[in-house]
Design a protein around this ligand. Structure first.
Ligand code: IMP
Ligand code: MG
Length: 187
């Protein structure tokens, strides 16, 4: 973490001063996404991959990852509710927007922005496995292994990070900051 940013955010008609520290810059992320895409492309060579993006956080990561992959790719999205407003997990998960395609007999790769307690992905992978894909793997850009409440390990992990709440590159705090190009720790 090399730089500190102060952002004035207009919230409910008044400005709030927020301190953010950059954790990962654009270049670091781009290189990592390229490496993940290379590894995934080798592992899935000769197969068609169905990417299942977890909305909303994974949309930027999935867009970049998919464009660096060499096997043929199809894409679909799910939306899960696990976090309420703010930074505290409710511990409960449900599918609020399901896939539009069948995963039966397909090689499926779940694309997630971050794994925290593991509750969301443990639930989603269990639900998708029950639909009998040929294979089911998971890639996450970020992982907070110290926060696990349930056992879950992604097949591909971009960066393992400490217990910080992070925003940017798709990740939000109350829907803000998804469009930042880097990843920042919110103070
Ligand atoms: P889990 O079920 O606790 O693993 O939570 C996973 C979901 O919580 C992720 O898909 C994110 O949407 C959200 N989340 C967890 N940690 C962060 C964070 O540091 N910043 C933004 N969103 C987070
Ligand atoms: Mg997410």
């Amino acid at each position: 973490m090399d730089r500190k940013f102060y952002l004035y955010i207009l919230r409910q008609k008044k400005y709030t001063l927020l301190a953010m520290k950059r954790l990962l810059g654009e270049d670091q992320i781009r290189k990592k996404v390229g490496r993940l895409a290379g590894q995934i492309s080798r592992d899935f060579a000769g197969k068609e991959v169905l990417l299942v993006g977890v909305l909303k956080g994974a949309f930027i990561f999935m867009a970049d990852l998919a464009r660096k992959m060499t096997p043929p790719v199809k894409m679909d999205f799910v939306r899960l509710a696990s976090y309420g407003a703010g930074t505290v997990s409710s511990g409960k998960v449900r599918i609020t927007k399901d896939l539009e395609t069948s995963v039966k007999g397909k090689d499926v790769l779940i694309v997630e922005d971050i794994i925290d307690t593991g509750v969301t992905l443990e639930y989603l992978s269990r639900r998708l496995k029950a639909r009998r894909p040929r294979s089911l793997k998971t890639v996450t850009l970020l992982d907070k292994p110290s926060r696990r409440k349930v056992r879950f390990q992604a097949d591909y992990v971009g960066f393992a990070i400490e217990d910080h709440f992070v925003v940017g590159y798709g990740l939000d705090c109350n829907e803000e900051f998804r469009n930042l190009s880097g990843i920042y720790v919110l103070k």
